[in-house]
Design a protein around this ligand. Structure first.
Ligand code: ATP
Length: 627
């Protein structure tokens, strides 16, 4: 019963809902509309998605302040009742007053506080906060590859978590705590007004003074709050960077320099925190002085009015009770206002990341790519990673349907860049790339990448089961196809022997954190199995077998040949022997094609390729064999 009652409230806000109309039934259709990138608009965007629950919070917040203020009137009435009665007749003389106060304290107050807690803890906090995080996360997923290259993954992840909490806390504090304080002050002024207009004036002046402190010191706290949030992200980003690259740190005995790097971050953070805490000390002192003045003034006025017989003892009790409560509340409210400001700063800081519009998007009229033949045409492609020149210069290349080409060139020649451009991880700065006559800039990114299978040099596997990793491109693939792909990638034997720390075996064994660790060659075979299973008509092999030993490579070479059959292939390899047998080799230098042809032709020509070939150990042997 209680469980059902609470569950009903917990389900008022859908934690995975989205204001974006493009989201149908939780499915992703194209990119989502970016979130507002100004903090208050961002908060308002989410507040609008939970109007009624937030209205509930506002109403209960207001009532809480009202009930609190009423209690102090009640104290006055009780004192007057005590004065005007004897112990024997008190109950009969003032029965209704006492009963009403009992009802107010015991029933009304409890109900209002319970409703407030229900709205805050059950309706808003879990679901509303998650909703903000979920929508932020999904929009970050629309960001292109470059976005994640330019920032720390840990920092971006932290923003998602922080922004939900900060925006949620901001709304809750504003509508509940802050609003109940404001109603208390307004009612306090009204109550004191009925006792003595001068007292109301004092309270009014106090409220203005309080407001002045908030308005005057707020910008300073806000400024340093924001700087603190920023430098805090820098610190955690640096720590995550050190931890993720722990192998390099250990190998280079770089703990000391990492200490210095992280410490430098901490020092910047500390400087900002100190400026923030100084501002806070200033505010607290100002509030304390202001409160002291208010209490004294009201006390003097109350006693003087009592002396002249203008007010009763009960009224003195009400007035003093109210101002003492206000004194207590105002310190605590400063803490809350500080929280509001800090949370606002955190949202401001986070929206720069979370609400950034993606720089690379599907065109509104983008169609799915249709690959019937697998022809790839690079037309005058130019790309400099946004710099003035270099990398890929005016490159044209036709890869015929089913042709298998090898990209060769010195390190930094632009080979990987060229295949990344084919995958549209970056937009071109000039020229076009066409697949079967369709400009890749005009097709959906999802369809483009689903038609291209990629095996890279450095395969990072996800922290999931081996099965999930192989079926990553086709989650619905039947078990027998997954196993067949693993077999063809020569991975079956080692997979069957796997067992992770939680005793999951074979295809169920988990990779990575708290799971099994695989060698580079094993990871690469999983990556090959993944691509075999994906069975895309175009293949990109970027150093696909670099981590394999010769024995394993020889064993899967046949399967690689089978994998390539009937597909258009672009292969990159430093070990030229692995690509020498391809149909055509394209030699890149400084982003231009300097030679092309079959291996034997290029050797005969005696240019850059022949030079590279002759430098590779074993090149002559393999070369002779090839010729
Ligand atoms: N994200 C990036 N931002 C800016 N410049 C980049 C980026 N990635 C690569 N470059 C530059 O582009 C050039 C080509 O790099 P690319 O990785 O394409 O070369 P590559 O031929 O694949 O080299 P390798 O054989 O060493 O893998 C290099 O000068 C590199 O510094």
């Amino acid at each position: 019963m209680i469980d059902r009652f609470l569950r009903w409230f917990e389900n008022v806000v859908d934690p995975f809902g989205d204001a974006d109309r493009e989201v149908a039934g939780g499915a992703r259709i194209g990119a989502l509309t970016p979130l507002p990138n100004v903090a208050w608009r961002f908060i308002w965007h989410f507040a609008r998605q939970a109007k009624l629950p937030l209205l509930g919070l506002l109403v209960t917040g207001g009532l809480t302040g009202g009930v609190e203020a009423m209690l102090y009137s009640g104290v006055g009435w009780v004192v007057d009742a005590l004065e005007s009665s004897s112990p024997a007749t008190l109950l009969t003389d003032h029965f209704w007053l006492l009963a009403a106060l009992l009802g107010l304290t015991l029933v009304v107050r409890s109900l209002v506080l319970f409703a407030g807690a229900l709205f805050e803890e059950q309706v808003i906090v879990p679901s509303f906060y998650s909703r903000i995080r979920w929508q932020s996360y999904r929009r970050l997923m629309d960001q292109p590859y470059t976005f994640f290259q330019n920032d720390f993954a840990g920092r971006i992840a932290q923003k998602v978590v922080q922004v939900g909490e900060a925006a949620g806390d901001f709304v809750v504090t504003l509508l509940q705590t802050f609003w109940s304080f404001v109603t208390f002050v307004i009612l306090g002024v009204a109550i004191l007004g009925t006792i003595d207009p001068w007292m109301a004036l004092v309270l009014f002046v106090w409220a203005l003074g309080y407001l002045w402190i908030v308005v005057r010191l707020l910008p300073r706290i806000r400024k340093w709050g924001r700087a603190t949030a920023d430098s805090r992200s820098v610190v955690s980003g640096r720590i995550v960077d050190s931890f993720t690259n722990i192998l390099s740190v250990k190998l280079f005995d770089a703990e000391r320099s990492e200490d210095a790097y992280v410490r430098d971050g901490f020092e910047q953070f500390l400087q900002n925190v100190r400026k923030l805490t100084r501002s806070l000390t200033g505010v607290r002192t100002a509030v304390n002085v202001l409160n002291g003045l208010m209490i004294t003034a009201i006390g003097v006025l109350a006693i003087h009015a009592w002396q002249t017989g203008a007010i009763t003892s009960g009224a003195v009790a009400t007035a003093l009770g109210l101002v003492l409560r206000l004194n207590q509340m105002s310190g605590w409210m400063m803490f809350n206002i500080n929280g509001l400001v800090r949370n606002y700063g955190t949202v401001q800081d986070a929206v720069a990341t979370v609400s950034a519009p993606p720089a690379l998007l599907d065109r509104p009229d983008a169609k799915p790519l249709e690959v019937a033949r697998g022809e790839i045409r690079f037309e005058a492609v130019t790309f400099h990673y946004g710099k003035g020149s270099g990398v890929i210069e005016n490159l044209s290349l036709l890869v015929r349907p089913g042709e298998k080409i090898g990209l060769v060139g010195r390190s930094g020649a632009g080979k990987t860049t060229l295949v990344n451009l084919l995958l549209r991880l970056y937009d071109l700065e000039g020229g076009r790339i066409l697949i079967d006559g369709q400009d890749i800039a005009g097709v959906t990114q999802g369809s483009l990448r689903s038609r291209i299978g990629v095996v890279t040099q450095d395969t990072s596997l996800l922290h999931r089961s081996i099965r999930d990793n192989i079926a990553y491109g086709r989650p619905d693939a039947p078990e027998d196809e997954i196993v067949a792909a693993a077999r063809r990638a020569n991975a079956e034997d080692f997979i069957e022997g796997l067992k992770d720390l939680r005793d999951r075996e074979g295809y169920d064994a988990h990779v990575g954190e708290r799971g099994i660790k695989l060698s580079g060659g094993q990871r690469q075979r999983i990556a090959i199995a993944r691509v075999l299973l994906k069975n895309a008509p175009i293949l990109v092999l970027d150093e696909a077998t670099s981590a394999l030993d010769s024995e394993v490579e020889a064993a899967i070479q046949e399967n690689l040949a089978a994998m390539m059959a009937g597909k258009t292939v672009i292969a990159i390899a430093h070990r030229l022997s692995t690509i020498a047998a391809l149909d055509r080799l394209i030699v890149l230098d400084k982003g231009r094609i300097v030679e092309e042809g079959a291996h034997a032709d290029l050797i005969r020509r005696g240019g850059l390729y022949a030079d590279l070939w002759s430098r590779q150990s074993g090149g002559f042997l393999a070369g002779e064999a090839a010729e």
